[in-house]
Design a protein around this ligand. Structure first.
Ligand SMILES: NC(=O)c1ccc[n+]([C@@H]2O[C@H](COP(=O)([O-])OP(=O)(O)OC[C@H]3O[C@@H](n4cnc5c(N)ncnc54)[C@H](OP(=O)(O)O)[C@@H]3O)[C@@H](O)[C@H]2O)c1
Length: 356
């Protein structure tokens, strides 16, 4: 992969930013060049304690606009000067406001799904358009639900041919650390089509997918109930075998051997030594939910909104800087360092590759 580690500046130390800092730190070919914050928080202090350098990036100006004593190593310009790629993980819509600044510095930037497709060069998912990362300099990763949908549907489409998919997404109204933003009671449907299927069609137009979404008072992970119509007859066993043999997808039993079966059991399982913070980077599929009748399959998945996009973000950063690196090699490297790798040969055929 060449010498010299990729210097990644992370801006925004919220739910996604904190996980990006950990993920980049875990990759031997990458280094966190600095973290951009707009105020000192317990997370900023904790990051500095483990050796990360903080930059004050509250404004898109040329210098530090405000200054808390000697807390910062510099402003946005300084962070850009020490970075090869910026991972911008600020609240939805804020990332786009810095794009002109990143372009002036000729620095590549990766955003999350809260940015609008029209504000960036391309929407990225490692299972669909991995190679596009080396052709663009302002890229957003698909949102959490769309990332989960994309992994499952492109995998099934490649092998069996998906005719169409209708999905009902039960969405967490907020993250565990944002209680003041969420519903306390009730259920809030997105009237008309939700953006998730639409976003997937943007990068994989051959997939006919329609999603509805309902936000409910929970913060554990989203749940997706999918009805998939294939172009030919399929069996539940064949679907399960394919999904089990696909990276970043985990097929698991309802209870994991415990007596009460719900997502809390799965969380407890992953919170053990495997993943820090109990993160579930893989999309989870309940084995028992996979039911086939003729050419129609129903299944239920769980998407950890806080973690699922992290792997794709790391792939995107690596491909931006190593434009010849094969997808199989890149994804395997990411997954090994994140502790979720499957057997290397399973990375040879992942998703599809489109030229967008
Ligand atoms: N959370 C999820 O479940 C999830 C899943 C998939 C995708 N996403 C997307 O990921 C992105 C980030 O979401 P998030 O949930 O991680 O947001 P978040 O938890 O609210 O974190 C955003 C962070 O950015 C910081 N920030 C804002 N302006 C800044 C600036 N100029 N310089 C430095 N830091 C700044 C905020 O600081 P303050 O503390 O001062 O506000 C906050 O810490 C969004 O596009 C979102 O749509 C989120």
């Amino acid at each position: 992969m060449g010498s010299g580690r990729i210097r990644v500046g992370v801006i925004g130390l919220g739910t996604i930013g904190r996980r990006l800092v950990s993920a980049v730190t875990s990759q031997p070919d990458m280094v966190v060049s600095g973290i951009g914050v707009r105020r000192i928080t317990p997370f900023a202090l904790a990051s500095r304690r483990v050796g990360h350098v903080l930059f004050h990036t509250a404004k898109c100006g040329d210098a530090i606009e405000t200054h808390d004593g000697d807390d910062y190593a510099g402003g946005l310009d300084d962070l850009l000067a020490t970075s090869d790629v910026i991972a911008d993980a600020r609240q939805a819509g804020l990332g786009a406001t810095f794009i002109p600044r990143y372009r002036r510095s000729a620095i590549a930037a990766v955003f999350q799904g809260g940015e609008k497709a029209s504000d960036v060069d391309c929407t990225f998912n490692s299972f669909v358009n991995y190679e596009a990362a080396s052709r663009h300099s302002a890229i957003r990763i698909t949102s959490c639900n769309t990332t989960g949908l994309t992994r499952v549907l492109t995998t099934l489409h490649r092998e069996f041919g998906v005719d169409r998919c209708d999905g009902v997404l039960v969405r967490c109204s907020t993250d565990p650390d944002k209680g003041n933003n969420g519903l306390v009671n009730g259920a809030a449907p997105t009237l008309h089509e939700s953006h998730h299927g639409r976003d997937l069609r943007e990068i994989a137009p051959e997939l006919r997918v329609y999603t509805q979404a309902v936000a409910v008072p929970m913060s554990f992970s989203h749940v997706q109930a999918l009805t998939i119509q294939f172009k030919r007859r399929v069996t539940a066993a064949a679907i399960i075998e394919l999904l089990e043999n696909t990276p970043r997808i985990r097929v698991g039993d309802h209870t994991y051997g415990t007596t009460t079966g719900d997502l809390a059991n799965y969380f407890a399982y992953t919170a053990e030594p495997r993943q820090s913070r109990g993160d579930r980077i893989e999309v989870f599929i309940w084995r028992e939910s996979v039911a086939a009748e003729g050419s129609v399959v129903k299944l239920i998945t769980s998407v950890d909104m806080q973690a699922i996009t992290i792997a794709d973000t790391v792939d995107c950063i690596r491909r931006m800087k190593f434009p010849k690196l094969a997808r199989s090699e890149c994804l395997l490297e990411t997954d090994r360092n994140l502790g979720i790798a499957k057997q290397p040969e399973l990375y040879r055929h992942v998703g599809v590759e489109r030229a967008n």
